[in-house]
Design a protein around this ligand. Structure first.
Ligand code: AMP
Ligand code: MG
Length: 470
């Protein structure tokens, strides 16, 4: 039967040691509980194709698909792991969207692959719902990210600490190539594969780059921008391992991520991040470290390696300044300044200090700045009032307009994500759909229906730990 996915695959044409051809493992009773009509339209896919549940579960391989799992390596929490890969994901193929961009269509949770190690290749419903909600929210918030096309329950149990319902998510990305993909071939001295990968990435994501040095500059620039966007939203990725750094500059891997409620620069949510390596305020430095690992892999392609080490060091050392400029612009906008300069840094920093001391809600403080609701975030009203006097002095007449575009009303709050997951596990996807609707319109004025999703958690609702999506 003819399926309606217009595949145009390119990764499958690369040297075959760069992946393993592997089909998804069929599941018992696939049931589609969400499909993304807007994204489907962008990809030229009919979201209501008759066998959508079978296709998005991996039970039916659509015509033109060339299923494969990609190999990669990576630094996990700073430790080198020479052999990773898609342990529970299968790339069905690529599609060129109506915007001319090529994108991967990947099933995640679709069964074991040669890279599964001791894992079962499956995902349970919770992380699938979390990734769906958070990645689509990130897209609506204007952050480059992988996206979610569809999700199914499998009708099969998944065994973790408990027995949980299995699920598969269909993830869409500009590509799934990571810093770790480069590291895998560099570590083996496989220059031919490294060159093929680099050529592929340049042609696909950085067509203006004239070789590895240029590519490095452009990836560094994209990544500096990306992390500044995370910071401006109070987003903590949680697992910034080099195998989770997408070379196209998209946020990928929503395992133990979290949006902060109460602001604190050292906030960490991931249960496995005991040292706080990936704490909120460490993200820019870790981002630079990750780019240094990318540079190290690219060195092998350079004819004069000593010279390249010097040049690449200069390129990496540019990242903090690029990030700081992007941060200043983003946080300037959050307080209504379209043209923040270095002189405005103390004004922003002093607000963040007050917020830290008072445990203010990150999103709601910025979303209500200029109203009494912002002042209510602070017990020390006089401290905030003093800050407001300085702010009033500096802010421009169109501040409200700038802030409305910069400060979301709604983010996917941890406690609401957990509540949606709990209902989903009981077979009720109503809360999931209501939340998806709200978080994909993050800048809209609150209504009676959406105010619920903007409410900060009560003490007993507060989520303090998140777990990897395994
Ligand atoms: P992550 O923490 O999601 O970035 O995953 C790290 C590595 O573990 C990747 O190579 C994954 O493919 C693999 N992995 C995670 N969960 C599973 C699973 N349930 N089965 C097989 N491999 C897995
Ligand atoms: Mg990963």
């Amino acid at each position: 039967m003819r399926q309606s996915i217009p595949f145009d695959n390119s990764y499958a044409r690369l040297p075959n040691r760069m992946f393993a051809a592997i089909k998804p493992t069929p599941v018992k009773t696939p049931a589609l509980f969400t499909v993304n009509s807007d994204l489907a339209a962008l990809l030229g896919i009919d979201p209501h194709m008759p066998n959508a549940a079978e296709v998005f579960a991996g039970n039916t391989i659509p015509e033109g698909a060339e299923p494969l799992s990609q190999v990669y390596a990576g630094h996990q929490f700073g430790n080198w792991n020479p052999q990773l890969g898609d342990g529970r994901a299968v790339l069905l193929g690529e599609v060129i969207g109506t915007d001319g961009l090529r994108r991967d269509i990947q099933l995640k949770g679709s069964g074991p692959t040669p890279y599964s190690r001791s894992g079962d290749g499956r995902a349970w419903l919770g992380p699938v719902m979390r990734e769906y909600l958070v990645s689509e929210a990130m897209h609506a918030l204007g952050v480059p990210t992988t996206r979610a096309l569809a999700a199914v329950t499998t009708g099969e149990p998944v065994y973790r600490e408990n027995v949980l319902p299995g699920a598969v998510i269909t993830r869409v990305a500009q590509s799934h190539i990571r810093v770790g993909t480069f590291q895998f071939f560099a570590a083996r001295g496989d220059i031919e594969a490294l060159q093929a990968l680099t050529d592929h990435v340049v042609a696909r994501h950085y067509p203006e780059a004239k070789g590895p040095a240029d590519l490095l500059d452009q990836v560094v620039a994209r990544y500096a921008q990306l992390i500044a966007k995370w910071m401006a939203l109070g987003f903590i990725h949680g697992v910034m391992n080099t195998d989770n750094v997408a070379i196209a500059g998209e946020t990928i891997d929503y395992g133990p991520c979290a949006f902060m409620d109460t602001f604190h620069p050292n906030a960490v949510f991931s249960a496995i991040d005991q040292q706080g390596r990936y704490a909120y305020s460490n993200q820019p430095a870790i981002g630079t470290w990750n780019m240094a690992q990318f540079a190290t892999a690219l060195i092998l392609l350079m004819p004069d390696r000593d010279q390249a080490i010097e040049d690449f060091t200069v390129a990496i050392n540019k990242m903090p300044a690029l990030y700081e400029a992007a941060w200043l612009d983003a946080f300037g906008r959050k307080i209504g300044l379209a043209d923040a300069t270095e002189e405005d840094r103390p004004l922003i920093a002093d607000l963040l200090d007050l917020m830290t001391r008072e445990g203010a809600d990150f999103t709601n403080t910025f979303a209500t700045l200029g109203t009494s609701a912002a002042r209510d975030q602070f017990v020390d009203r006089s401290g905030f009032d003093d800050w407001q006097v300085r702010w009033d002095d500096r802010k421009s007449p169109d501040a409200l307009h700038i802030m409305t575009a910069a400060n979301p009303q709604i983010i996917p709050r941890n406690h609401r994500v957990e509540q949606a997951i709990a209902a989903g596990v009981d077979g009720d996807f109503g809360p999931f759909h209501a939340m998806l609707d709200a978080v994909t319109k993050p800048f809209a004025p609150l209504t009676d229906d959406t105010a619920y999703f903007a409410r900060q958690p009560s003490n007993d609702e507060r989520v303090t730990r998140t777990f990897c999506g395994t």
